[in-house]
Design a protein around this ligand. Structure first.
Ligand code: CDP
Length: 233
């Protein structure tokens, strides 16, 4: 049952490195909405599976770890908690990235994460980014954006991001292109809620856009929706 109609939902989907997270965070900040990075939740489940030593998947699914989201009190950024412990940095390693598409293709995992995501959207105005927000999590979202960019751009942006953090192993550009292509193919071809543009989503090609441009485009689209909502529509 969908009971989220009292809050405003902006759904941003798209492939790896298309600029979703940075844009979504900025849009949320400017609109005073909560930003939810759903990929982080799937990454946290994957981290749990890796930490347990990759147990048999049926056994793992029987007792899924507790995942929750919180806010850093200073920066207000999303913190991802695994069994109550902050794993925001640990979920970004290449080991997690390599396995996350597999773990997030599993029905039990998706059901649990989607239910958590819907609960957040029930009480708050949110900008939520992921792969299936506009198609499966909130098919009636107030605004849906599907972000794409050419693979060279996506990979070089991601490489810069990785270098700036540089805590973890940084692959070459070619390796990264290969990894991103593989992840996109896996995410788009899985059986349950694959990465796919919703029919009523706005397509936003960010290849030649800045984060500022992207945020402005989405905010302009959102404004009339927010006004209408404030008039009780
Ligand atoms: O690396 P990037 O930021 O693009 O990915 P992410 O948003 O952190 O998502 C990591 C992975 O989680 C994706 O490759 C998908 O396999 C999965 N995911 C998903 O299945 N559904 C979502 N709503 C979000 C992420």
């Amino acid at each position: 049952m969908t009971t989220y109609k009292h809050s405003i939902i902006i759904a941003i989907d798209g492939p790896a490195g298309s600029g979703k997270s940075t844009t979504a965070r900025l849009v949320a900040e400017r609109l005073g909405f909560i930003y939810v990075d759903t990929g982080a939740m799937y990454r946290a489940v994957t981290l749990a599976w890796l930490r347990e030593g990759k147990p048999d998947i049926e056994v793992f699914l029987r007792n899924l770890p507790d995942i929750s989201l919180s806010r850093d009190p200073q920066t207000h950024r999303q913190m991802t908690l695994l069994e109550g412990v902050d794993v925001t940095d640990q979920i970004r390693t290449s080991e997690v990235t390599e396995q996350v598409s597999y773990i997030s293709s599993l029905k039990t995992v998706r059901e649990k994460m989607v239910s958590l995501q819907r609960n957040i959207g029930t009480d708050h105005n949110v900008v939520m980014d992921g792969r299936d927000i506009g198609t499966a999590v909130f098919p009636k979202a107030d605004l849906k954006v599907f972000m794409i960019a050419d693979i060279q751009k996506r990979a070089s942006r991601r490489l810069e991001e990785m270098k700036s953090k540089s805590k973890h192993h940084v692959p070459s550009l070619d390796e990264l292109i290969q990894q991103m292509k593989e992840r996109d193919t896996y995410d788009s071809s899985r059986e349950i809620d694959p990465l796919k543009m919703a029919d009523d989503a706005m397509l936003l090609d960010t290849s030649e856009l800045t984060i500022e441009d992207q945020a402005t485009i989405i905010i302009e689209k959102a404004k009339p929706i927010i006004i209408k909502h404030s008039h009780g529509a």
